[in-house]
Ligand binder design. Structure first.
Ligand SMILES: Cc1cc2nc3c(=O)[nH]c(=O)nc-3n(C[C@H](O)[C@H](O)[C@H](O)COP(=O)(O)OP(=O)(O)OC[C@H]3O[C@@H](n4cnc5c(N)ncnc54)[C@H](O)[C@@H]3O)c2cc1C
Length: 295
């Protein structure tokens, strides 16, 4: 009898085979996948809420279940979609789940777990990539509001996102001090998705530049403690990195299995397309049959 986690893996694999793999080549060509259509389908199986508290609509599942999902998403040509899901579950929402007020969780987290909202994480800026402490986007307090001005770039899910978990400066302390995580809803006046970037790889995941010109959001949109944004963000990066590692392991396993699959296809159609002696009997059973028709 299969263990619970093997049953979970089989379920994930069948959902990906049904909902993602048949469309992925088209989505890669289009340069975007329909997140608002796909995410509710994944949420129906509980996949967007695996690690979250049941009180927030999550599954309260152990970390290994999240990593099985990441590994399975890494298989096939689906890295763009995998990245978008990683952002939704492991980059834009963990701080909100851990430090967010009840009101913020109700407005933003629970709809994201249900797949109704697409979420994005906005840290990187034109002059601040690896060095997060170099960000300059600034929020100035005006009564009960923040007024945010600056720019972000390379933001995944940006053209489809309903809201952004944004790291900004909220004081003049400099360095890693004086930053805060603030939720900026898409469509707030002064907020603009400037352009979608045309990438070589992971094309199905939309990546864009943002501009903020005196964007006014309530101070209550701050996640956790004002001034602790850098520390909260570093915590939020941890699960994302872990998830990316498992996803890459899934990709590597899938890629290693491909020569055997192509060899199998060539034999089926009576031709030899590869000068390899890979034993066809080792063709991995986890590959969806649709991959046989691929180049
Ligand atoms: C497809 C894609 C999607 C992304 N999605 C998001 C997103 O959703 N949200 C977001 O905020 N950001 C996102 N990013 C941005 C990503 O986090 C940054 O690209 C990353 O932080 C690196 O920053 P950079 O590109 O400016 O490179 P740089 O920081 O300029 O680094 C360039 C090179 O220098 C090396 N380097 C940098 N600093 C040092 C050092 N001190 N010592 C030695 N080597 C160093 C780096 O390892 C790298 O090889 C995305 C990027 C890509 C490509």
């Amino acid at each position: 009898m299969k263990s619970e986690i093997d049953q979970f893996r089989a379920m994930v694999r069948s959902v990906i085979a049904a909902e993602i793999l048949p469309h992925i080549d088209q989505w890669e060509a289009d340069g975007v996948f329909p997140a608002h259509e796909l995410f509710p389908k994944l949420a129906q199986h509980g996949l967007l809420g695996l690690g979250f508290d049941p009180e927030d609509g999550g599954e309260g599942a152990p970390m290994e279940y999240q990593m099985v999902l990441s590994e399975e998403l890494g298989r096939g040509n689906a890295a763009g979609v995998s990245m978008a899901i990683n952002v939704q579950m492991h980059m834009a929402t963990p701080s909100l789940a851990k430090f967010g007020s009840e009101e913020l969780k109700e407005t933003y987290l629970r709809p994201a777990i249900r797949g109704e909202h697409v979420a994005a994480i906005a840290v990187t800026e034109p002059d601040a990539g690896s060095d997060v402490a170099a960000i300059t986007t600034r929020a100035v307090r005006d009564g009960d509001d923040w007024i945010i001005t600056g720019a972000k770039t390379y933001i995944t899910n940006a053209t489809q996102a309903d809201w952004f978990c944004m790291l900004v400066r909220t004081s003049d302390e400099g360095g890693y001090r004086g930053m805060s995580q603030i939720i900026v809803p898409a469509g707030t006046p002064g907020f603009e998705v400037v352009r979608k970037l045309d990438k070589l790889g992971n094309r199905s995941s939309d990546t864009a530049e943002l501009r903020l010109d005196s964007v006014r959001v309530p101070v209550t949109n701050t996640i956790g403690e004002i001034g602790r944004g850098f520390q909260q963000q570093m915590g939020q990066f941890i699960i994302e990195r872990l998830s990316a590692c498992f996803s890459i392991a899934g990709s590597a396993e899938w890629a290693l299995g491909r020569p055997a699959t192509i060899c199998n296809c060539a034999r089926c159609s009576g031709r030899r397309s590869l000068p390899v002696s890979t034993p066809c009997s080792s063709s991995p059973s986890f590959l969806p049959t649709s991959s046989c028709s691929r180049r």
